[in-house]
Design a protein around this ligand. Structure first.
Ligand code: CP
Length: 326
């Protein structure tokens, strides 16, 4: 594979290979191993048409830890605001000598469009496109889940998947590229997934997805869940009519203090609470839950650097370093 556009394109072996390499990459950036020379002389362009904190800075950190040069391009303040097209922007990057393009775009399918053209001859990494996919978020979530699963089971992580793990993905599924990428990858890795959402925030067609669907968060939690992945309510992508009243949303689908206490009362000591960020504290997650020992929010951010290093390394290094199919 030349590009990373969707987790649907990853086989189980591809995904495990990325997670295993990310585990090695996690040691880089410490005082002992500050950088690797793997991508010296290569240029990674972060092409961001939508806002980002975590994804953009972690791709930048990842590229720098591999000794690549990094160009950060944000549509705001660029000639895109004068109407320049994706084609002309991409050809400009080609002329500058980009060796890889990490693209976030508000339009679902924009990274695939870029990858399918001859506008630029470089691997394209989807850093989040519209409501479609966010594959590196799913990979960093899988990395976090695999570490947790290995700790709980007293096993090693390398070479393993998530068979038997129960994961609930909760909230605004309709607008979530994180939910889609996670569903495909978690299923590939053997986890059991339940999507929990208000009926108005589930997309048409989700009834045939390879997961259980629930409208009842408390019943799902009481059934025994290893990880609860809370999603951001994406107010910017909604019309008022989509949105359950915020108080109702937080009472029925938010991870609030009462649900945190219920996990303790039910003896579910090993259940972790995840969130891709940015969080709407007090809406889909309470501060007590976000800051609790169960929360992996910041661990996910750290893991994002290692996973993105693995992805850049695999896409930009020589063939002999690529896993089969990637
Ligand atoms: N999780 C995530 O994609 O966060 P950013 O929008 O800050 O990149």
């Amino acid at each position: 594979m030349k590009h990373l556009l969707s987790t649907l394109d990853l086989s189980r072996a591809d995904a495990i290979r990325i997670l295993d390499i990310a585990e090695e990459m996690a040691a880089v950036g410490t005082r002992e191993v500050k950088k690797l020379p793997a991508l010296r002389g290569r240029t990674v362009v972060n092409l961001f048409f939508e806002d980002s904190t975590r994804t953009r800075i972690s791709f930048e950190a990842a590229a720098k830890r591999l000794s690549a040069d990094v160009i950060n391009f944000s549509a705001k303040g660029s000639s895109v605001s004068k109407g320049e097209s994706l084609k002309d922007t991409a050809q400009t990057l080609q002329a500058i000598g980009a060796d890889a393009v990490v693209i976030r775009h508000g339009a679902s399918g924009a990274p695939a469009r870029l990858a399918a053209t001859d506008w630029i001859d470089a691997p394209v990494v989807n850093a989040g496109d519209g409501t479609h996919e966010h594959p590196t978020q799913a990979l960093l979530d899988a990395f976090t889940l695999r570490n947790h699963w290995a700790r709980v089971n007293g096993t090693s992580t390398l070479g393993t998947d998530l068979t038997g793990m129960k994961v609930a993905i909760v909230g605004d599924i309709l607008h979530s590229r994180v939910a889609r990428s996670n569903l495909w990858l978690l299923r590939t890795l053997g986890a059991e997934v339940t999507m929990v959402a208000p009926p108005t925030l589930l997309p048409h067609g989700s009834n045939v997805w390879p997961c259980a669907i629930s409208y009842d968060l408390d019943a799902t939690l009481a059934g025994g869940i290893d990880a609860v992945m809370m999603l951001r309510v994406q107010g910017e992508r909604m019309h008022a009519s989509f949105f359950p009243n915020t108080r109702e949303y937080s009472r029925l689908w938010g991870f609030d203090d009462a649900r945190l206490a219920a996990l303790d009362a039910q003896g579910q000591t090993e259940t972790i609470i995840m969130h891709p960020g940015p969080m709407n504290r007090g809406l889909e997650i309470s501060s007590a839950a976000a800051d609790s020992p169960r929360s992996t929010v910041l661990e996910q951010v750290s893991n994002g650097v290692a996973v993105r290093m693995a992805v850049l390394y695999l896409l930009l290094s020589g063939d002999q370093l690529r896993p089969s199919g990637l």
